[in-house]
Write a protein that binds this ligand. Structure first.
Ligand SMILES: [Zn+2]
Length: 298
């Protein structure tokens, strides 16, 4: 029914962004600082949902968590930036609290779903989305469906290994894509007093060799990671987003140059590379869209 609405909530380590959504548009929204305790987050979620649902016909709530999520059971398995969130049956807790159907998903998967339905991926069926920020996250849609894998950790694109005995990654392993092309890794690689990637872009624009080389190295490793994904999955589209891509447009240029040289030619045929279109609201929108998908409305 057209008048029916959904609520989407994006739950990150620093902020919680919740909105009432109708036909892909946010009607009203609230942004709050993430409480420190788990109970504080649960209480806030209940209050935000009550407030947004007031006077509206809401068919369900989607929660997007920055962490590993068992989407079938609706449990947060582990969330590195949310203390105390281990094996928490948040679907059951919030359904009891709100009396609404609740669905749970990983936050980057939510962003991927939003780009697929409303952003750069509209009209496609097979795509890979990669978001390069401090770290690197990703989502994969095949035949119109997000892939989760057996342990719900699928599409951890930042942690594909690109070099034996490479630099140490935040996950504890060596040589991950994130350890070469994530924002923190790029900054670390220049070994200078640099705090943000845009400072490296500025130096590269001024012709500084160290900066040009740092962006090239990151761009080439990112290209290698993407080329491998193209070879394995044969997507129609690769969506690139995140703060590092915005701060260093040169990386996108390198990716466009390099991946046709690296991916299997047949899989590379016709693959488009596009920038993500949605902004801050993508996680919230994707969480809301997930409700429609799970209820079988779209
Ligand atoms: Zn890693």
């Amino acid at each position: 029914m057209k008048s029916e609405k959904t609520i989407g909530v994006d739950i990150g380590g620093t902020k919680i962004y919740a909105g009432l959504v109708c036909e892909g548009k946010i009607i009203k929204s609230r942004k709050e600082k993430t409480p420190e305790s788990r109970q504080g987050v649960i209480t806030l979620l209940g209050d935000l949902i009550d407030e947004l649902a007031e006077g509206a016909k809401v068919k369900g709530v989607g929660l997007g968590f920055a962490g590993y999520v068992d989407v079938e059971k609706g449990e947060v398995i582990f969330a590195p930036n949310l203390p105390g969130w281990e094996n928490i049956p948040i679907k059951r807790i919030m359904e009891e609290r709100t009396s609404l159907p609740v669905f749970v998903e990983n936050d980057v998967n939510c962003v991927t779903l939003a780009e697929f339905k409303l952003g750069a991926g509209r009209g496609k069926k097979n795509l890979v989305a990669i978001f390069v920020g401090t770290g690197i996250g990703g989502g994969i849609i095949l035949n119109g469906q997000l892939i989760h894998g057996a342990t719900y950790s699928g599409a951890e694109i930042g942690h594909i290994t690109l070099k034996l005995n490479g630099p140490k990654c935040g996950c504890g392993r060596l040589g991950c894509l994130e350890a070469f092309a994530g924002g923190s890794a790029i900054i670390r690689s220049v070994r200078r007093k640099v705090k943000a990637v845009h400072e490296i872009t500025k130096a590269a624009d001024e012709g500084k060799k160290w900066a040009i080389l740092a962006l090239e190295r990151a761009g080439k490793y990112l290209s290698l990671g993407i080329a491998n994904l193209i070879t394995i999955l044969s997507p129609e589209l690769v969506i690139l987003g995140g703060g590092v891509i915005k701060a260093a447009p040169r990386i996108l240029e390198i990716v466009k140059e390099q991946i046709p040289l690296m991916a299997l030619p047949i899989a590379m045929k016709g693959v488009e590379i596009k920038l993500a279109r949605l902004q801050d609201e993508a996680g919230l929108l994707g969480a809301a869209l997930g409700v429609e998908q799970r209820l079988g409305c779209v």
